[in-house]
Design a protein around this ligand. Structure first.
Ligand code: TRP
Ligand code: SF4
Length: 348
């Protein structure tokens, strides 16, 4: 039997370690599915996966009112499980349950130049450009440091992310490198990986976002989904059915690319560009594809919701597994950094 490499905890299975996560925003929408969940599901077979709910990161902008956190976490867990994240194959856990993340955040902070933190896009946007004093906090400035702790804690090889998160993984690489140069191979340098899918717009043509109220949720019924798809913004050139359209100017086409079987793409393109059908018919085809894909998810979700405590048990078990790994990493980090060893008495 092979054993794990003590420093980087190389899995005995030879699989690559993957870590990803998202803040608990609540019910997941198709943007979350395409931007993150679909990719996670693909990787679940080939990697040893850690999927994390970043509830501490959520506090960076919601510290004034955390009341919605528990319900958002529950909704997100129901969606994650319903869509197919599998606690048998993967470790699904919540950041705040693993106190080692706070410890590593502190240590990484010692190595993080202020300039590196200040170069974060969200900091520059909200604090520097917009001057939002509410966001001028130590915690928000440290967002990429905490995220680095999340990633390095599990010695992840790969971090699947959306475009906006690439910069965080690059900062993680920089911080880890700085420590490795001084103290030997403390951390594995992680690589980011982008998905191939197009970004889906909300049904009003703007970025899909909970705050715009333009989302199609995984938990929407078939009827709710159709009510949203029906009014989706299309190519404005198609004033009437007789006007030809350009799918590239239409967000419905992006959805087709993701959800409608490829063999129908040619026909959709032709019907649009040659004005052979109306947008409503085109959307019907999309709706069928969405139903086919998500009806089983809706059913699994309803079943999970009926078993009240199940999602919570999954999380407790995932936390246990994650904690074990995190404690092992921190032992190694303390040793390499010549810090006093923890006696492990708090290890649960
Ligand atoms: N910042 C990510 C988001 O906004 C969430 C996140 C926290 C994360 N820690 C992570 C993503 C580590 C990937 C890896 O969704
Ligand atoms: Fe968009 Fe389809 Fe209408 Fe063309 S026919 S503009 S792809 S909805």
């Amino acid at each position: 039997m092979t054993t794990e490499n003590s420093t980087t905890q190389e899995p005995a299975t030879g699989k690559k370690i993957l870590l990803s996560g998202s803040r608990p925003t609540g019910r997941q929408h198709l943007g979350n599915y395409v931007g993150a969940l679909a990719q996670w599901l693909d990787m679940q077979e080939e990697c040893e996966c850690f999927f994390m709910i970043a509830d501490w990161h959520a506090l960076t902008n919601s510290y004034n009112d955390t009341g919605e956190l528990p319900e958002n976490i529950r909704q997100q867990m129901l969606d994650w499980l319903a869509v197919g994240l599998d606690p048998v194959k993967s470790t699904i856990f919540i950041q705040s349950a693993i106190k080692e993340h706070a410890e590593l955040n502190l240590l990484l902070g010692m190595f993080t130049p202020l300039g590196l933190a200040e170069r974060t896009t969200s900091w520059k946007d909200l604090v520097v450009e917009q001057g939002l004093d509410e966001m001028r906090t130590y915690g928000f400035l440290g967002y990429p440091v905490l995220q680095s702790a999340d990633i390095l804690m599990y010695q992840a090889h790969v971090v699947p992310v959306g475009k906006d998160q690439v910069e965080h993984v690059e900062k993680t690489q920089d911080i880890a490198q700085k420590i490795n140069v001084r103290y030997g191979e403390v951390f594995r340098i992680p690589q980011w990986r982008l998905g191939r899918a197009p970004v889906l717009l909300g049904n009003d043509g703007r970025k899909m976002s909970k705050s715009y109220g333009n989302c199609i949720y995984l938990s929407d019924s078939s009827k709710e989904t159709w009510d949203k798809v029906r009014v989706m913004v299309t190519d404005p050139a198609r004033v009437t059915k007789k006007d030809p359209g350009d799918p590239e100017k239409c967000s419905v086409w992006d959805y087709h690319k993701v959800f409608t079987p490829e063999e129908r793409h040619g026909e959709i393109w032709e019907n649009c560009t040659k004005a052979k059908w109306g947008c409503v018919e085109c959307k019907r085809v999309l709706q069928e594809a969405l139903d086919r894909k998500f009806e089983p998810v809706r059913e699994r979700r309803a079943a999970l919701e009926a078993k009240t405590g199940e999602w919570h048990e999954v999380l407790v078990e995932g936390n246990r597994k994650a904690r074990k790994r995190a404690q092992k990493t921190m032992e190694g980090v303390r040793e390499k950094l010549h810090l006093f060893p923890s006696d492990g008495s708090d290890g649960t």
